[in-house]
Design a binder for this molecule. Structure first.
Ligand SMILES: C[S@@+](CC[C@H](N)C(=O)[O-])C[C@H]1O[C@@H](n2cnc3c(N)ncnc32)[C@H](O)[C@@H]1O
Length: 229
């Protein structure tokens, strides 16, 4: 959906009444009601810009691992697995979102299905048991603004715990809108990622992306890529 159109705006305005950060099961409600204004019905072109228009050598191949927490319908999961040939896990709190991601996977041709693992799980419950259990690449598109701001430091600790040394974290910052005290989506600016990731990651990309979902205005997204120290 065009992020600027009145229908999308109206849907965003309803989310804080439907999703409550203290009740993680409430994330299933917008998916059941089809109240998902963030949905692009395709992978995010900014993710493509991060991976394909870059000098960074992203991990490739079957011996690496990628994670997309808060994957929703799974478009970005499919894009990462297909482009990098890397086993990719998509997880989401919402069973309905994961069901839709599974259907999308089944019906999308020429996708390396054996590389993709989709599951209903809370990002914060993941506990890597050793380096092999960590990820070479993680992508966060709007998980950060879906959790309550008081959880952002914990988000950063979890990203650090889950990323292999030298691995990458791609954060697509969205929506960059005027300040509100309600959410989701919770108020965000690119510098809000600095403190949670400080000391464990270095920022290697910081740019206004050129590639945006169709119809989306410039200035509402920002691309940050981080490397685990
Ligand atoms: C704004 S939506 C974005 C979904 C997806 N990234 C996309 O592009 O369509 C945020 C998603 O994060 C999920 N989510 C929120 N908190 C989560 C958590 N702690 N663990 C896993 N998923 C979570 C929600 O269920 C929701 O599907």
């Amino acid at each position: 959906m065009d992020a600027e159109n009145p229908e999308a705006r109206a849907q965003y305005a309803q989310l804080p009444d439907i999703v409550c950060y203290s009740d993680t099961s409430s994330w299933n409600i917008p998916w059941k009601l089809n109240l998902t204004p963030w949905n692009k019905w395709a992978y995010n072109p900014t993710l493509r810009e991060a991976i394909e228009d870059s000098v960074i050598e992203y991990p490739k191949g079957r011996d690496k691992r990628a994670l997309v927490p808060g994957c929703g319908e799974g478009h970005d999961v499919i894009y990462i697995a297909s482009t990098l040939g890397i086993p990719t896990t998509g997880l989401d709190l919402s069973p309905t979102a994961v069901e839709r991601a599974s259907s999308l996977l089944e019906t999308t041709p020429e996708v390396p299905k054996d590389l993709i693992n989709l599951k209903v799980e809370d990002f914060f419950s993941l506990k890597p048991e050793g380096e092999a259990d960590k990820y070479d690449l993680i992508q966060d598109y709007t998980l950060f603004i879906s959790i309550h701001p008081s959880q952002r430091l914990e988000w950063g600790r979890q990203m650090a715990a889950l990323t292999k040394q030298g691995g990458y974290l791609i954060t697509v910052v969205f929506p960059i809108d005027p300040k509100t005290d309600t959410g989701p989506p919770w108020y965000v600016r690119p510098n809000h990622y600095d403190e949670p990731l400080a000391g464990c990651f270095r920022k290697v990309v910081d740019k206004a992306p050129m590639k945006l979902p169709p119809g989306w205005p410039e200035g509402r997204q920002h691309l940050l890529v981080w490397q685990r120290l």
